[in-house]
Unconditional design. Sequence first.
Lengths: 414, 290
Amino acid sequence: MMPLNGRLAAQITAASAAALLLGGIATAQAAEVRVTVAEYSSATGPYFQEAAAAFEAANPDTDIQIEVVPWDVLLQKLTTDISGNANSDLAIIGTRWLVDFVEQDVVSELDSFMDDDFRNRFIATFLSPSVMGGKTYGLPIAASARAMYYNKDLLAQANVDGPPATWDDLVTTAKAISALGDNTFGYGLQGNEIETDVYFYYAMWAFGGSILNDDGSSGVDSDAALKAATLYKSLIDDGSTQPGVTANTREDVQNLFKEGRVGMMITAPFLSSQIKTEAPDLNYGVAAIPSGGANGTYGVTDSIVMFDNSEVKDDAWAFLDFIFQDDWRSKFTRTEGFLPVNVAVSQEDHFQNDEDLKVFSAVLPDARFAPVIAGWEEVADTTVRALQRIYLGEAEPAEALATAASEANRILGK
Amino acid sequence: MSSRLAPAYLILPSFFLAAFIILFPLWDLSQLATHNVNRFGQIRYFSGFENLLAVLDDSLFYQSLWRTVLWTVGVVGGTILLSFPIALILNEDFAGRGLARVIIMLPWSVSLTMTAIVWRWSLNGQFGLLNKTLQDLGIIGEPIVWLASGATAFPMQIAIGILVSIPFAVTVFLGGLSSIPADIYEAARVDGASPWQQLRTLTLPLMRPFINIALVLNVIYVFNSFPIIWVLTQGGPANQTDILVTYLYKLAFRFGKMGEASVVSLIMFALLLAITLLYTRMVIRDEQTR
């Protein structure tokens, strides 16, 4: 009996060892999909964790790893990861970076995964910036536009009936609000860090200018640009803006607005959700950016891309397909205060009836996106430098803009 | 023969370690600097001096270089000038000396980035503590927006740089002071030397090696220091507070010009090496002549 038992035991041991080994192989086959997401707010991480958990429950063979990265360092982190060949499978990026990624062949085209049904989930305006050379390289995950926020109480105190419809109106309104004294400022003017140039384009677009001319050369030395820069400089000189413009980031101006010390400012819809929690008593309204003959606002999308070196493209796509369902999109868009990118989400009551969001949806047809050109960040930086010199009074608008344009043309190779 | 070579063999392991840590990045940087590199650090083709010429053609490079000199001289000079008397005071025996030493050392225990973030708030034109304090004291009437222009932002950054460099210099000086035997002062006093004469003829010469080491190490740290300027102004507005490190960072991570950034990095390395070598030679010659 004993030998038999012994042999049996040996067989059982071998069998369980094999089972363990097989089991090991089976778990190794469970695909791991790494996703780098930008931290839009403190709710971003939990949202993606929740989505990942729901996806894993439905697809036990896939393991989703979410990496949350603050916006400011996102590009640097992706750059370092890619150069070290340690990048994730999916990542959120600013759509304006996409052209660099596509040029270097680091992202995968997505058309082979998509059918028309999937494509039609999106509002076409927001999908188009991710399409290059007829191929789709990213899916819009967040969208935003800009409009003017105004403080109703300050306008009333300054005896102004409503938000300015034109830039001339804005100048008189800003003057009247600043004249109220008591540390209130008419027009909140951003002069530092991200989107300082965009704050200037609002006026430039309204006067009929554009960032790039039709031949692809810089348009920041156009008459419209000069008019916009001169207008901003005169607002500063008149004391119609907050003091020390070049120290004020968008965040700083928003803080002043939330404190009820700035009459008007131009920014993104997320200010509404910030006001709701941080300054619920603020009596404010949202209006279109004033006109100057033409109309223009800034449209921004962030895209989620798939890296070309991913070894689990099918699983990664399955996760994308999952989070681009309407209920997940709706939840994300609401908590982050973005504009809907999905047709079905945009038709929800929340987005149809919200006073603020209605304005943003209405200005969308006028939205312009950052130009899709390599080296855009550097061109934007030269514009910011010129603007800061103008705001500081170190250079005349015409001279500074001309310098910026020739510098930009050198970068653009025009 | 072998016994004469023995010391060399014993040094070899440390030499290789140091060489690996220093030479490998240098090799890597020179590769990037002489090639056309994409924004992801992938090398594309050999481009010779193209990156170097592009850097030398950029007026921002020279502005940043000049400002780096001002920054280094300002911060290191200020630190040494302030730290020496502080160390002399802290070396005296007085009630509460322990507490005073802790207070002087405190800035060291907070991360540089944290310090800079706190200062960014203090220097805010609308809500900042510094303006509030100065207004309460009646020194200024209207609030000053410190970070709005280089003329006010850069001196502030130098001042903060000095503040955070003091603990290290004071530590070095205190170590030096404690190594000076007390009896020579006693002898000097007996000979009728005034405190000023004691400082000039005894303390300063004996402290020279410590001042030298504090100078060299501070120059290296400060020349390369990034957080204060980056957190406060990111080199702005209009590049008025850019030094070489912030300029390099923007080249690499904002504009994706890895090759040019590597060139700047190598230039910085060469400059620091030259300064250090020059200084060490001066010190050695100085000591041989005495």
